[in-house]
Design a protein around this ligand. Sequence first.
Ligand SMILES: [Zn+2]
Length: 386
Amino acid sequence: MQALDDTRAILRDLIAFPTISTDSNLAMIDFLGERLAAAGARVEIHRDATGAKANLFATIGPEREGGILLSGHSDVVPVADQDWTTDPFTMVERDGRLYGRGTCDMKGFIAAAVAMAPLYAERAVERPVHFAFTHDEETGCLGAQALAQILRARGARPAVAIIGEPTSMRVIEGHKGCFEYSTHFTGLEGHGSGPDRGVNAVEYAVRYVARLLELKEALKARAPKGSRFDPPWTTINTGALVGGVAHNVIPGKARVDWEMRPVQAGDADFVKADLHAYCAHTLLPAMRAVMPDADIVTETIGEVEGLVPADGNEARAIVMELTGANGADTVPFGTEAGIFQALGMSAVVCGPGSIEQAHKPDEYLALDQLAECLTMLQRLAGKLGG
Ligand SMILES: [Zn+2]
């Protein structure tokens, strides 16, 4: 199969770019841009504020709404402290598998999509096909969020998004979001013998955590009917509570690290509004009665939207038809799909390889998975009207 040989060759080149999230991805993005431009795509490269990272957005076919977006992240997780049998940045083929960092998560899908570009250039007469290759997915979907801002501002937006994260080519229509925060408490230090003369930051942090526990219960009652997630409701986890120095000192600082995993958009707002009111009306007035500068500040570490299973999901219908799947599932890991869904696109996750192999030493992609992905992408050409 010519397409498989082409894809394998592109993937070999992609694996050789060590695009760990902490490092630049520009060389790989330029490489992809040149490949796509050679096939006739209109290529845009958008750098981030540091200038060291970039997103690629490219279009083949007419400049109009309703296109199909193939999306993948260019970054990979680190290899330090992992015991690899071979060099992670040199692709090695063995026993029907392609080994290397990023083979399954998720340069295999990117290589397959780029290998299809010449075919799409022939066939995309009615419906455009777009490519989005992003930076910093592994560190909070930063690239996709930046790309979403750009897409939001333009008229001709894609209608359907296929995110090729490794799902063993299963069609995935839902995953929870992941919202992470650190809440910082600033009180007033003092001697432990006079608790009322200080503002005990740890005690206020504990009251905040108690409120999180109440919200955790309240969220269970808000679980949408027929929710397909496990567990079916939005969860909250308190991951760390840090503060204090010694038995006899009133702690002036404390921090709570916590996360929530929303199953629906309204839940995050519900939690935030409740916490805001609780701090403004209960905790802060008590703290500031002793110390006017006392404060509670919540730092957002990341807010990655979930992918909400939707009725009449065109992306699901298309990908189920292309893969011959007779159903769609949910997964417990996050992707960029929710960000595209929040822009009004229908979105599914479907890509080659297993999430089991992602992020591990000796990460690999089975060639038969790659072949299945290519079959799907080849059939997709039939949806472009040519
Ligand atoms: Zn990934």
